[in-house]
Write a protein that binds this ligand. Sequence first.
Ligand code: UD1
Length: 430
Amino acid sequence: MEQYIIKGGNPLIGEIEIGGAKNAALAILAAAIMSDEAVTVDNIPDVRDINVLLQAIEGIGATVERIGKHTARITGRTIKSTRVDYDYIKKIRASYYLLGALLGKYKRAEVALPGGCNIGSRPIDQHKKGFEAMGAEVFIEYGMIVSSAKKLSGSHIYFDMASVGATINVMMAAVLAEGNTILENAAKEPHVVDVANFLNSMGAKIKGAGTDVIRIKGVKALHGTEYSIIPDQIEAGTFMLAAAATKGDIVVKNVIPKHLEAISAKLIEIGCQITEEDDAIRVFGNCELKHTHVKTLPYPGFPTDMQPQITVTLALSQGTSIVTETIFENRFKYIGELSRMGASIKVEGNTAIVDGVRKLTGTQVSAPDLRAGAALVIAGLAADGYTIIDDIVYIERGYEEFEEKLRSLGAQIERVTNEKEIQKFKLKVC
Ligand code: UD1
């Protein structure tokens, strides 16, 4: 089993380059199959989730060429099947973006039904509602979501909640529907905008992405394109919080500071200094950190994908902080592990009451999911002594070269697979 071993206590110092946004790349690569012409996508992060999705895309017969570590060319002309099996979906929920992409292009899609996951039950009723409003039949049969339509017609759809997945999936199908579609109460996350920009570069007619109302004028076909994905807001935020928790001083480069405003604002509230440039943010955290309150909300609110990372930082900040999770019902699973490192946190329903402690201490903990795993790494970097993190496969789903990047900032962290390597690390760093 792969693990991280960390010797904590070093402030992170230096500069770090952020890669392409995983969640934008997942949707964009799925949408790439909607053209019969070649589509080249650049700035793809080289992480497990992306590689699984590319396999799923190959699995339906599309041609996938990996041109480099961060670039892929996809040609949808060779697609032979509109069925995506559970093998892919169980590894990565976002393969369900192939539902909207295939339904839009071929008016038929069969995609295994994603179940719940470690952070919550994650229903897909809003995706279904959107497809049905455009005239598709959607039913669940033998574990598959089967969706088909004689033709897709533009419609006026009001989502019950701002869902990133439903907005993107329905937007993809609507691009190749007949007539106009209006999506109300649409999600406004940066990756929704990136997917819309990508589809527009293929000839789609989408307006309003990034606001509550997205208007789509259906077109007959999409053409090839070359597109570069936006920087990853959550990877950037994770390094920013790691700098704060370790009292470090880092410059996070290749970011869009606007996408990070909710995170920067919280860091300023707790006493960090933040300076913004056009495409970089400096976080200076070498000061006494103070408590604050955080409530996760759809963009531009504080992202749920940053909740565990800020909770770790608040666990080391003076006073009592309150963290409220409003998006997913099961996102405090890491708190037990964090408490074993000395944090003082009580969870009541969807609220964590965090009493700041002076220090955390290292022990062996397990990553329950992607972002909570990253948060436990931050805890290990800030803690006294050694921390071993199990189940890092979750972390590798979404962070490219995480430990290498942290090491370049002065962290003492290594990926290990056995006790001998753990002992070797301890001899090296002591
Ligand atoms: C995406 C992100 C995930 C992030 C989340 C919220 C990807 C691949 N994943 O997930 O990292 O944490 O946005 O920013 O981009 N809901 C329903 N019915 C639906 C759809 C959603 O009730 O049909 C609910 C969900 O249970 C949740 C809320 O809506 O409470 C928001 O979920 P959503 O924005 O859809 O999250 P994902 O797209 O799954």
